[in-house]
Design a protein around this ligand. Structure first.
Ligand SMILES: Nc1nc2c(ncn2[C@@H]2O[C@H](COP(=O)(O)OP(=O)(O)O)[C@@H](O)[C@H]2O)c(=O)[nH]1
Ligand SMILES: [Mg+2]
Length: 201
């Protein structure tokens, strides 16, 4: 799949404002600073479509982007230590309501390839099973590891999250590693759902 001209649509802060679209929704989730915005920019072939930051984000917004064949929803990052309990609760409610009510064709759940998955990462996977959201894992920042370390790390992360190694794609927004694989996973997710809709007609 070729992404031609991805554009920003809108930011929303609450469930009553979720963006309505007939296009398939692909969501991106993960802790603050894991590389969500960078992955989005890599997929879009644009440097500044989604804002990246050195200081983990304070934004509790869902950012929507039009990718042509699909709409990409950048979910607010979790696990940012400096937020209040109240804010964490709000974030949890926003996320759960998004997972429960939006027809998500695929959610890309990002983890940092260098670190063991956090309790929040595990909770995210549990949510995805709970709400029956189709998902794939993306292990970001693969450029930070030596080439031979990538596979063993993916295996460790898979064990920790209780998923298969094939369910995890290592990526690097720095050098484009894994980009085509992520695009083809998105493409398959969109195609599978289309087939299903046709069958039901
Ligand atoms: N080396 C390297 N750095 C990355 C990669 N992806 C993101 N980063 C850096 O990690 C920081 C956070 O990235 P960002 O995309 O803003 O994370 P977000 O908070 O999940 O949206 C930034 O300084 C990025 O430059 C990657 O694949 N490789
Ligand atoms: Mg971001």
């Amino acid at each position: 799949m070729k992404i031609k001209d991805a554009t920003f649509i809108t930011s929303v802060a609450s469930a009553d404002k979720f963006y309505k679209t007939d296009k398939p929704i692909i969501a991106v989730a993960g802790k603050s600073n894991v590389g969500k915005s960078s992955l989005i920019n890599m997929l879009a072939n644009k440097k500044k479509l989604a804002k990246t930051s050195v200081t983990p984000g304070r934004t509790r917004l869902i950012n929507y982007f039009d990718f042509g064949e699909f709409v990409l929803a950048d979910l607010p990052g979790y696990g940012f230590a400096k937020v209040s309990k109240e804010e964490k609760k709000k974030w949890g409610e926003l996320l759960e309501s998004f997972l429960a009510t939006q027809k998500i064709k695929l959610l890309l759940s990002l983890v940092d390839i260098r670190h063991d998955p956090t309790a929040d990462d595990k909770m995210m996977v549990n949510y995805l099973y709970h709400y029956a959201v189709p998902f794939a894992l993306v292990a970001t920042k693969a450029d930070k590891l030596g080439k031979t370390k990538i596979k063993p790390r993916v295996k460790e992360i898979a064990t920790e999250l209780r998923v298969g190694v094939m369910d995890i794609t290592a990526t690097s927004a720095e050098n484009g590693f894994g980009k085509e694989q992520v695009l083809s996973i998105i493409e398959s997710a969109i195609a599978v759902n289309n087939e299903k809709e046709t069958e039901e007609e």
